[in-house]
Design a binder for this molecule. Structure first.
Ligand SMILES: Nc1nc2c(c(=O)[nH]1)N[C@H]1C(S)=C(S)[C@@H](COP(=O)(O)O)O[C@H]1N2
Ligand SMILES: [Mo]
Length: 379
């Protein structure tokens, strides 16, 4: 299919409402979500749903470019092809009979936080909640590739899902480099949080690419192709690319200066309390949130209750797994009444910390600006 520009793609899909409405549309199996689109569903989690280490399936965000396919799990096959010795056609039962691994990993859309960039750019105006953390279970991708006899010379593996192009929205195909495909934590998941994948999350099979942006986590996987080059389609050649050199806000970046997004940024935010919450002078309140660093571990989160003038270390949750976010909490006893700006800032094992303002970029990816949350302390 011919490549589309971002503008053509946006024109072909339903325009995202600038201010997402909440509560009007409810998808079966989901709590009320922030609705960016109802068909195909683009649903954002409320901050309060993100207070626990594991995000339950009923409150996990949803993102898809195309309507989700009708699935017959019994007849499902995933085909392997390209630079392999053996073309395999595996059923879900075949995949379940292989050695199974459970991986705790955070899934975040590259565009999470886009709605907070200024100047604004087109695209879904996600705020905080295009992110969740789950247990994913299934065979290692590596074991499937070895079974198929993937060529060691092949540099990429392409994944296609059963969703089909509609109008001008192209086929969703993504490639990952062989080194990530062979990573011991990269799996083909058949389960999410202990149950078969829900339909909207890719039933019966999806790719889990720990630490990488959500676009690589292809849902409804039915084709795995081993290739020398990344797929030339829209979703590798044009979309999900980030500027090599920082862009001037509101400015353009030449296509050749854009590179494919892989690992995610270090970031954190408060799940509780909510924006505008009222708390009382002298009464202790728990500030709770999450921090994550893509392929790196979160090593600390600092909290400020005075707009960033002074910082103190938060207490990190005991769950500390590679690729999964860490919860943090901070007991705060406000001493003075009035409006307070709360901030949190994570640091990770690669020595990265969050910037005051994330680098503006035309597609609006990787917004990891330090959060500023306003609360009112009543006397
Ligand atoms: N087949 C297919 N897989 C897909 C997509 C898609 O449109 N089609 N969207 C991707 C994007 S951009 C994201 S952020 C994640 C969202 O996963 P979720 O809906 O389970 O939260 O799925 C990814 N996998
Ligand atoms: Mo995404």
């Amino acid at each position: 299919m011919a490549h589309l520009t971002r503008r053509q793609l946006l024109a072909a899909t339903a325009a995202a409402p600038l201010a997402a409405q909440q509560g009007e549309f409810v998808l079966r199996g989901k709590k009320p979500m922030i609705v960016h689109n109802d068909f195909p569903e683009d649903l954002e989690s409320l901050p309060e749903y993100l207070a626990s280490w594991i995000t339950p399936n009923d409150s996990f965000f949803v993102r898809q470019h195309l309507p989700r396919p009708r699935v017959d799990a019994a007849a499902w096959r995933v085909e392997t092809g390209g630079m392999v010795n053996q073309k395999l056609s595996l059923s879900i039962a075949d995949l379940r009979s292989m050695s199974q691994l459970t991986v705790a990993a955070t899934l975040e859309c590259a565009g999470n936080g886009r709605g907070n960039f200024r100047p604004r750019m087109p695209g879904l105006q996600w705020t905080k909640g295009a992110i969740g953390n789950a247990h994913w279970r299934g065979p290692r991708l590596r074991d499937v590739l070895l079974k198929a006899g993937a060529s060691p010379q092949a540099a990429y593996v392409d994944f296609d899902g059963a969703d089909v192009p509609v109008g001008k929205v192209p086929e969703f195909i993504r490639s990952i480099p062989m080194r990530k495909a062979m990573h011991e934590s990269t799996i083909l998941a058949v389960e999410m949080n202990g149950v078969p994948l829900p339909d909207v999350h890719g039933f019966p099979l999806r790719l889990i690419v720990p630490g990488w942006d959500g676009a690589s986590w292809v849902k409804w996987v039915n084709s795995i192709q081993v290739q020398a080059q990344p797929n030339p389609g829209f979703y590798m050649a044009t979309a999900y690319k980030y500027p090599r050199v920082a862009a001037v806000p509101g400015g353009a970046v030449k296509p050749e200066d854009m590179e494919v997004l892989e690992g995610m940024a270090v970031k954190s935010f408060f799940a509780k309390p909510g924006e505008g919450a009222k708390v009382r002078v002298g009464q202790s309140v728990t500030l709770a949130g999450i921090g994550w660093g893509g392929e790196n571990r979160v090593t600390r989160v600092d909290v400020s209750a005075d707009g960033g003038a002074s910082w103190r270390a938060a207490v990190l949750g005991r769950e500390d797994f590679p690729f999964a976010w860490r919860t943090f909490s901070f007991e705060w006893k406000p001493a003075r009444p009035g409006y307070h700006v709360l901030c949190c800032r994570a640091a990770d094992s690669a020595g990265r910390t969050q910037p005051i303002d994330a680098a503006w970029n035309p597609p609006g990816y990787l917004n990891n600006s330090i959060e500023r949350l306003g609360v009112v302390v009543e006397g």
